[in-house]
Design a protein around this ligand. Sequence first.
Ligand SMILES: Cc1cc2nc3c(=O)[nH]c(=O)nc-3n(C[C@H](O)[C@H](O)[C@H](O)COP(=O)(O)O)c2cc1C
Length: 401
Amino acid sequence: MLISRPVVSSKWRALLEQLAEQTAGNPPDDLPAIIREELGIDLTARYAGLTIAHPFGKASGQLSFTRQQVEADLAAGIGFVVLKTVVAEGPSGSRSMSDWSNPETRMRVETRTEGNGRRGWTVTWSGRGWAGSLDEYTEFFSETLRLPNPRNVPIVPSVKYNLPDETDEVVESEYHHTTTRLYQVWDHDGPGGPMVLEKDFSPTLAGDDRSASRDRILRWVESVPAWVREAAPHEVRLGVKLMNAMFDDAFQVEMVRVASQAGAAFLVGFNRLFDPGAHVAFGGWELSDRNCRVLDLVRAAGIDTPPLSATGNISSGRVMLEYALRGCENGQVHTFFQIPQSEYLATGGSRISRALHTLLLHPSQGLVVGLRHRHEAGHLEARDGLVRFLDVVGTHPVGHT
Ligand SMILES: Cc1cc2nc3c(=O)[nH]c(=O)nc-3n(C[C@H](O)[C@H](O)[C@H](O)COP(=O)(O)O)c2cc1C
């Protein structure tokens, strides 16, 4: 675990505090460029092999299911956006995973205190995937790709595809139809290059009877990249968002091992925990603790993973750093974008720009001060005068938790 109060020179701290204060009233969308210029920290990160301005992206969910939300994300200077998950459809509109498409219900943002007293946040919600049709989703995807996006911020669809049990055949027509429809939109309205796509294995799936069999889960994780590849009309860069299965850490590591050999372009680790008693998914510190612990075990096991994207309780730059040390090149945030605005440092600007300002510039929990601390402590060398986020990725000593 990183220390809670990073130590940096008083001269540099004064510059940080000055910048945090100057930008608090209306955080600018080019904050990373200002940070590089004034504080000597290069926040450049990567998502799906693409260069992004900083590591914080919007995770798929209720905050990325309208054009207005994505527009506000782009205006705030988000790193990337993963759109709400759509349930795959066949050409006739049939959906084998229709249980995962249900109408929007109210979300409750709540605090959650875990065993040793740390207070975190979670969102309680009983909804699932995109409630509308694939037609409506492709229209939405098209609208978001046509928004002004001068920095080429990646905008990425997410799909819940058919997952057969051991004896059933995969419903190839749903893979083919859904991927082709999304690709057509990408080809028409996107910026070119391969389409990035995420496949979601959700916590409600983890808690469903279908996921009671370890072999079945491993078959899904092993097969989905090939099923998507075979269905896609052109190159698709697939990210597999793994669930926290309802089994022990050793199984979670096994899932990562299988996923790493299955040909996904990147892995997202790991979606929320599932509470079978209350029948809800949850986040907070138990989630990030588990995810970091498993990532440590993955490294200790010497598994050669594709690039990793973090998700789970990224409630500060410090938590982002914990994930980065364990190999993650970026972080996908949902809950921190929903907490009461009084928790953010900034006093003006949009909700997303306030949250990003806090994640980057908080004097003790921000990413920038965390990186500078590592530099001053001798753990992170500057290159060409800049301390670089990407240089910390995967540098946590293996075997240390
Ligand atoms: C209300 C809500 C809806 C979500 N919907 C989706 C979804 O449709 N697809 C998906 O891949 N993840 C979904 N997630 C998971 C988030 O994308 C994210 O990975 C997870 O919440 C962990 O991040 P957090 O701790 O910052 O919330 C949802 C999460 C919440 C809280």
